[in-house]
Design a protein around this ligand. Sequence first.
Ligand code: ADE
Length: 239
Amino acid sequence: MVRAGLQHGVLGRAVERGLIDLQVHDLRGFTTDRHHVVDDTPFGGGPGMVLKAEPLFAAVESLAGTRGVPAMVLLPSPQGRRFTQQVAAEYRAADHLVLLCGRYEGVDERVSATIVTEEVSIGDYVLSGGELAALVIVDAVARLLPGVVGDAASVVQDSFTRGLLDCPHYTRPARVRGHQVPEVLLSGHHGDIDRWRRQQALRRTYERRPDLLPTVALTDEEQQWLASWMAAERNGAES
Ligand code: ADE
C-alpha cells in the first residue's frame, strides 16, 4: 500500500529524480521467530492486537543511523500532535524521518515511550492503520523540499502557507455554462489581481475557517477589509 502510494505523481517524480530517498521496510523482516509474528494480544485482555515492541525496536535501530544523522522517529496515531502545515515545515528540516506504521489496536507503549520522537495525528478520526497517515505526512513534507514541486511559487501560494485558505482559481474558457470568470483576472493588472486574490483568500478564511484568523499576520489593508465585512455582517443581522 505504501509503495504504491509513493510511486505516483509529485512524490513518484521526486523519487525518480533523486530529490528524496524513500524506503519501505516490512516489520516482519525484523522478527526472530519462525512465523515472523509482529503482533500479540493485549495484556489485561480486550479486543484487537498490539504490535510487539521488539520488532519495532530492531527496525528503528537498523535504520536510525543509516544516514549518518539521528532519525526523527514519528508514530502516526490518533493520540498524536495534530499534523498541520507548520508541523510539515518542522519535519522538512529533518534529514531523516522514520515513520512507524501501527496496525491493529496500536503499538506497545514502551516503543512510543522510548524511541518515538513524537506521535502525530492527521485528524480527529480513526484510520485502520498508520499507512495512509504516513503517506499524507510524507507527501506534505516532501513538497516543501526544493525542486519537488516544479513551480516553487505554487507552494508559496498554497493554502496555509500564510495561514490563510487559498483563493479561487480559474482557467480557460472565460465563460463556462453561463458562468463568467471574475473580470479582474482578465484585466492584466497584476496589482489588482494580487489584491483580489488576497481579498478572496481572506474572505474565504473568514467565512469558512475563522478559527485560523487569530494566527495570521494581516497587513493594515487586510485588517480593513476584514473589519468592513464584519461590519456588513452586523448590519445584515440587524436589518
Ligand atoms: N492511525 C490511525 N488513525 C490515525 C490518525 N487519525 N492519524 C494518524 N495516524 C492514525
